[in-house]
Design a protein around this ligand. Sequence first.
Ligand code: G6P
Length: 601
Amino acid sequence: MCGIIGILGDHQAAPIMVDALKRLEYRGYDSAGIATVEDGRLDRRRAVGKLVNLADLLVHEPLAGLAGIGHTRWATHGGPSVANAHPHRAGRVAVVHNGIIENFRELRDELGGDWESQTDTETVARLCERYLDEGMPHRDAAFATIDRLEGAYALCFLFDGEPDLLICARAGSPLAIGHGDGEMFVGSDAIALGPLTDRLTYLEEGDRAVVTRAGVEIWDIHGNRSNREIRRVPVDRQRIEKAGHRHYMAKEIHEQPQTLKDVLDLYLDGDRVVPPDGYDFAATDRIQMVACGTANIACSVAKYWFEGLARLPVEVDIASEYRYREGPIGADTTALFVSQSGETADTLAALRYATPRARAILSVVNVTESSIARESSVVFPIRAGVEVGVASTKAFTNQLAALLCLAILAARQRGEIDAAREAELVTGLRRLPALVSQALAIEARCEALAVKLAEATDILFLGRGPMFPLAHEGALKLKEISYIHAEAYASGELKHGPIALVDRTLPVVVFAPMDPLFDKTVSNMQEVMAREGQVLLVSDAAGLEAASDGVWETLMLPEVEPVFAPILYAVPAQLLAYHVAVAKGTDVDQPRNLAKSVTVE
Ligand code: G6P
């Protein structure tokens, strides 16, 4: 979603800000803008669409100045247009904002007059300008403005006549202050600030900050001055390059053997699972898992593992539903939140609902400095490195690997497996990076099949057991990046409705490893073929040998013990979607309307 950069530097700020905004492109956006202060004078440039449009505008109408703020906007209130793009300005004030100001209509009514944009953010600039008009100093005017806001925000103010001042606030949307040598920076995440500095102070919920080149002063939610820690957060440049791949998504799919090894190194020790932090799953009688998008699908797979291996009941909820359902959480229930970014607004809100109620708050996150990580009692990192492609790939397989390790740990703690079985499972886990590497060899076939699949208007994905959530992942990936309608169904449920859709134009992707449910899945596949559905069977050598007669096409994956199959079958789900999107020529890394980290509800 939206991205923020702020600079008080000793070089021209505009090119540095455009560069920083490029690093934020992965979050998803539809317009961008910057403002600077030069000779005390505030000015701004904004453009709709990709950053190249802003860069072009700056060639024709340059913006000088050593201080500035910049923003990539993902439209919420008001469509993508220059007028709605940030920074918003009112007189002496320019502001960039991530989040949603919920009481903006009331504020608009109160302020009256004409409005340049349809956004909630313009009210922030207008309100602050009014307080300046009333004679308040800059800090007081900005703080008085912030006092009036309801909703979620990360804000950064820049003022006419003030080339050494940025005022920031955080409530619900993350914001980091970067410390340079005689320069200071503000960014919505560490990636924005990566090449500028690795010394970061993360604002806490409710914090306000006054930034000058001399440093930062922070006030906490109660108005007390607070000294927040400066942390070193190295951003691995290597991992945010495309490394020879056409898209970040392709690079991230191919990184999976390595990223899986990275997470397993963190959770395995000899023959045992030893996670980086401890939790006693024997002392809980239920797990409530909550997440959004692909992370939610990882939870649905994990349910099979926790229930099957550890005999521990699991409920899985979509965060946006869970947070308002106000479902009861028993004191013996463990709440577990899965999130790549650790900033998804609905997941965070669900976490806050569960915090006073659940036995403990566990999170499985990629970004360990995130809000979700910071508000959890136990954090399980997934070590996937920076994931730039909007469609999650390596974070998904690493979420699965971490969750499987936790399920094995739970099984041991609850006496459901002995040391020998644990050692066997750990051996299987250690083989996974190599198996995923082998699985990637299906890429050329996926590319060839994609040409045909790209012509479809609808595609159905089927699976049973843990392959059912995998079918969901296949359908979600395909929808996200190729814009083809896809649906996932539990194979056995097909005859209760969706079989009516089947005809010779419908491709049906069936995930069916040779597991105890194989024959059942194949029966459902036969029902599809009997109605001329075009089946793409994804299985292993034994499965294809047994059931490929009459199917349209096949994809062969290595054989693997069923418990590990979900991690391996993520590969065809990803590669099929990727190559269909490439065949259709869509914007793979930044698909229309989507954002990497959804910080509004
Ligand atoms: C967005 C992204 C998805 C992601 C979901 C949850 O929709 O496009 O790839 O799975 O948010 O994000 P999280 O950061 O909480 O895992």
